[in-house]
Write a protein that binds this ligand. Sequence first.
Ligand SMILES: *Cc1c(COP(=O)(O)O)cnc(C)c1O
Length: 358
Amino acid sequence: MSRYWSDLARTIVPYVAGEQPTGRTYIKLNTNENPYPPSPRVIDAIKSAANERLRLYPDPECRELRTAIAHYYDLSIDEVFVGNSSDEVLAFALPAFFNPGSPILLPDVTYTFYPTIAGLFRIDHKTVPLSADFTIPVEGFFRENGGIIIPNPNAPTGIYLPLDAIRSILDNNKEHVVIIDEAYIDFAGPSAARLIREYPNLLVTQTFSKSRALAGLRVGFALGQRELIQGLDRVKNCINAYTLDRLALAGAAAAMRDRAYFEETTAKIKHTRERVAARLREIGFIITSSQANFVFISHPKVPAGALLRQLREKGILVRYFNAPRIDNYLRVSIGTDEEMDVFLKAIEELVAGKQQSS
Ligand SMILES: *Cc1c(COP(=O)(O)O)cnc(C)c1O
């Protein structure tokens, strides 16, 4: 605390990101990065954009990238907004669509960045408790609110909410914007992007950080009807007209266009996820039916906090959230098959050791 901080800086509660270790090399299963490299076409595109034209500002309209995304989702370029990460897109969406004094609804177990960013803009929130099995009770969102944010699949449970459920949330909330954060959608079922033409209050956000293996490039986007995209533009242009640099624009457009590479790596991760989930069940873990690039697991006999520390000693990082309802769970990102074999061997040993000693 400094006496120079504003009242705002004193009261906000910043988001704490997962660890990016330096020094010792860990098997990194803690921040849901893609274990495979980005498409070689992405690297080529970035290399050829690294030229003397960097002295010029990038295209503030980001036309090439928005065109590639619009093409992928069969939308028009006016229905696509891009930003420097999907967290940034969410940060623009809150002041664009929600008002202080009119609380937004969030699931009680969800991505903790939402309450953080809401706090920065003085937007109150209320939580809707997930059911005992961590699924989202749709009716919980049929009450008075100033807007809704739901990740689909949810984080950190990984559970996917089918589109008919999303549709009923939209039908019951026509007065306010409903944001569906699809950071993990490419590992799950169909995207709500196909509902955009029907629902003027739907904003879908996505990221290049997970399924497109570009967490280091910082690119995210939003899909919605033209008026919503214009609302995001208004906020963006008050803060920074050029949120995406020339290298990010070139790399992300190439990633969006290389469908074959994307489909191959995504399928591999889903396959590994199912194999890892099956093995974890065999050794006694309770595990949600995650459709994301991570699993969310709990052992009835071995506390999650102990597993977190012991895995770390063995050179494996996973994520733990010390929060109500989930404080005996670990979130484990899906790595390569080789990494997951090391993880499975380590966790099997830890669980077997604990059960013997107790
Ligand atoms: C990873 C993640 C994001 C953020 O993605 P960035 O584009 O890297 O900011 C947004 N929402 C959820 C639920 C995530 O897990």
